[in-house]
Design a protein around this ligand. Structure first.
Ligand code: ADP
Ligand code: ZN
Ligand code: ZN
Length: 727
């Protein structure tokens, strides 16, 4: 009887919901290959790197290709992390190979060999010790004198810049030897902990006493000392010999924040963020996997680091939108952090001054332990908020006379001012005053929905904020040739220009994605300003991050669009933004003030927020969501489709709708997407809504294979978004 052939089942980074069978690489038996090992395989005419997820058998005679090689001797993904990632693939109904590829740092995903995370150093050899007294004065001798003791390469970089050239000379003569050093000795903590106030103390005690998986919602007003609570809970976790993972929003991970962790904790604190190179990311991931990194502080994708000795997971600013990935594998890092903490059996702390309604709902339902910090730590006082009614008031670059007066007096008193406007560029629209023509993006506009292009560079350039398309601004109206082209409305650039003209004797700095691409650039801006009186103008990049002890006035301009948006989450986002921005004022000893300009001072959102703060707003909003059957009282998924022409997305979504019939969920659509056209593609969507998670997942489980097989699927780009952040 013919014998079946043992095979490897491999997850590959391709958009197909299945594993692929391969013979093991030549000379290796399938049984010798472990689940979780990386494997390089031929795929069509390409070569891909995948992960072995199982063993199978092929009937004799079936033609299978053989894998090419195994980059590592042991599994790279295993235990809790591999299990959690497989769970995530199931939850998102996404191909497991793509989920695993998303979780791995790019260099490892491409199949590159593991980077070396051992520390190397140099020391004089026997010959070197003998030769040292006879060496001529000069750089090699100066280096040799240092290498009487073993020295770490990082230490040499810091202490003797340019040491590599003299080292080569010593090495050629056999006077030095390269050595492997033991793990870095813990740097001594340089700052002491504050003695916590009673609320902080209660929070620290609860987190530290938690046994096993325990989710906490730490709701604390800005400046209430949440970070201090994290630091002391992490210190207790480290003292038990455990690792801590801290997730922070994209704009929250400042050098200042990292320095605070490093100075306090006395262990190696590893940063993981998009600013690192591929090699650095891979090395950081591996340092966590090997237990060398004791504290990992990172943005969204840091939720995928292996934690062999887990003790605590923290998600700072858990409401922040940057935790949701918006393309590819659309995971929510906060939610996945909870899944991992459960699997790891450790406490998880979600911290925020403005918790998401999802987390508040979970806390109120008793699923999370609700910890509160109601007061600002230390001497700081919460700033009073004043709503400025700008109806019928003369505005200068969008600023009211009251705002300009308040800015002048704050500066005169030696304070700093933050002017917040969530619109980059010079002006949102370029309009012809004679005929009404306005500039629209040719790639994103449709007949029903023209998309204005933003004016940049004082009116010289037009740019689409949705697809990135740019062009020079026309010198005259393309329709009527009039020269009366006027930028309408105010972006951060124009506000900056107006403030520079008016307050010429102080620095005016603009902070937005246009002016401040890199996180270090942000730091340089703040450093340049120092504690002098001055004005910062910016978008939500300013809402969180750097502590500005001298900031005494916050002016919020142009929030009215957010009051009337179609997205059911826009109210929540606006309330969070207002509270977060306001929280930047009066962080330290100097008292602060907040001015909010609006044409709708009586709007319920503003009124509730003003009278009862974020908790009152959240209660009112939760009641509305419950009445409307919206998340967190319902569970949603979004099926998106786009193509160059309108019909294929319609046809695909119609077919999907058919397939979803008979399941216990509401299906709405096909509807045009919020941006019905973008970068030349027509976009539509189907909204799936159920009153519980289970029926939604039962339906998706059954229908996804059908969708992949639909002939209509081949003519569109489609994707599923479980728990979408925007509709
Ligand atoms: P949050 O993270 O809630 O915004 P932080 O932890 O950054 O607050 O604390 C705000 C400020 O108060 C920081 O400057 C911090 O050093 C200080 N602080 C925190 N806890 C205490 C305390 N118990 N006593 C005195 N100052 C504190
Ligand atoms: Zn015109
Ligand atoms: Zn565009």
């Amino acid at each position: 009887m013919p014998v079946p052939v043992p095979t490897l089942q491999v997850a590959l980074p391709v958009p197909l919901p299945r594993l692929f069978d391969y013979l093991p690489p030549p000379g290796i038996a399938a049984a010798e290959v472990a689940v979780g090992q990386r494997v390089r395989v031929p795929f069509g005419s390409r070569e891909l790197c995948g992960v072995v997820l199982g063993h199978g058998e092929a009937a004799p005679g079936v033609e299978l290709r053989a894998a090419l090689a195994l980059p590592d001797p042991a599994p790279l993904l295993h235990g809790e992390l591999l299990a959690s990632l497989r769970w995530l693939a199931g939850y998102l109904h996404a191909p497991v190979g793509e989920v695993l590829a998303t979780a791995l740092p790019a260099a490892l995903r491409r199949g590159e060999p593991l980077p070396d995370t051992t520390r190397h150093g140099w020391v004089l050899s026997e010959a070197g010790r003998t030769a040292l007294p006879g060496l001529r004065a000069g750089k090699p001798r100066a280096l040799a004198e240092q290498l009487v003791d073993p020295r770490d390469e990082d230490w040499l970089d810091a202490t003797l810049p340019g040491w590599r050239a003299p080292l080569r000379r010593l090495r050629e003569r056999g006077l030095v030897a390269r050595i492997v050093l033991p793990d870095a000795p813990a740097p001594a903590p340089r700052t002491a902990a504050f003695s916590p106030n009673p609320e902080q103390q209660a929070a620290i005690a609860a987190i530290t006493a938690a046994q096993g998986f325990t989710p906490f919602l730490l709701e604390g007003v800005t400046g209430s000392g949440k970070t201090e609570v994290y630091l002391q809970a992490i210190a207790a976790c480290l003292a038990r010999g455990r690792q801590a993972l801290v997730l922070v929003p994209e704009i929250g991970l400042t050098p200042q924040m990292l320095a605070r962790f490093r100075d306090r904790l006395g262990v190696s604190v590893l940063a993981l963020h998009s600013g690192l190179g591929d090699g650095e990311r891979a090395a950081a991931w591996l340092a966590a996997a090997r237990g060398q990194a004791r504290v990992i502080v990172g943005t969204r994708s840091a939720v995928f680091v292996p934690l062999p000795e887990p003790g605590l997971v923290v998600v700072d600013e858990e409401h922040d939108g940057s935790y949701k990935q918006f393309d590819g594998i659309r995971y929510q890092a906060r939610d996945f952090a909870l899944v991992r903490a459960r699997a790891l059996g450790v406490p998880v702390v979600l911290g925020s001054a403005t918790p998401s309604l999802e987390s508040l709902h979970n806390a109120q339902a008793g699923r999370y332990v609700h910890l509160r910090l109601r007061q600002r730590a230390g001497a700081a006082q919460p700033p009073p908020v004043r709503v400025v009614d700008v109806r019928k008031r003369p505005l200068q670059a969008g600023l009211s006379p009251q705002a300009l007066e308040a800015i002048a007096s704050a500066l005169a008193a030696g304070g700093q001012v933050l002017v917040f406007r969530n619109r980059r560029g010079y002006a949102p629209v370029l309009l012809c005053h004679d005929c009404g023509w306005s500039a629209h993006c040719p790639r994103c506009s449709s007949e029903e929905r023209p998309m204005p292009m933003t004016v940049h560079a004082q009116g010289k350039r037009l740019q689409c904020h949705h697809c990135g398309y740019r062009k020079p601004a026309p010198p005259a109206c393309p329709d009527c040739a009039s020269l009366a082209l006027q930028p309408q409305g105010n972006g951060t650039e124009r506000i900056e220009e107006a403030l520079q003209a008016r307050f010429a004797d102080v620095p005016v700095l603009r902070i937005d994605r246009g002016s401040t691409g890199h996180r270090d650039a942000l730091q340089r801006h703040f450093d340049a300003l120092g504690t002098r009186p001055g004005i910062l103008v910016g978008t939500q990049m300013l809402a969180k991050g750097h502590d500005l002890p001298n900031l005494t006035l916050v002016v919020v301009v142009g929030i009215d669009e957010g009051l009337f948006s179609a997205d059911f989450r826009s109210g929540e986002k606006l309330a969070q933004l207002l509270v977060q921005v306001s929280g930047r004022a009066g962080r330290a000893a100097r008292a602060g003030e907040v001015l909010v300009q609006t044409h709708h001072p009586e709007h319920p959102l503003l009124q509730t927020l003003l009278r009862g703060g974020y908790p009152a707003f959240a209660q009112a909003e939760l009641a509305l969501r419950e009445a409307a059957g919206l998340p967190p009282f319902a569970h949603m998924a979004l099926l998106r489709a786009e193509a160059r022409h309108a019909e294929p997305p319609q046809q695909f979504l119609q077919a999907a709708r058919q397939a979803l019939q008979g399941f216990a969920l509401e299906v709405a659509g096909p509807l045009p997407a919020p941006m019905p056209r973008r970068a030349g593609h027509v976009r539509a969507q189907l909204v799936l809504c159920a009153n519980a998670r289970a029926p939604l997942h039962v339906a998706l489980q059954a229908v996804m294979p059908v969708l992949y097989a639909l002939p209509e699927a081949r003519r569109v780009r489609w994707s599923l978004d479980v728990d979408p952040a925007d509709l």
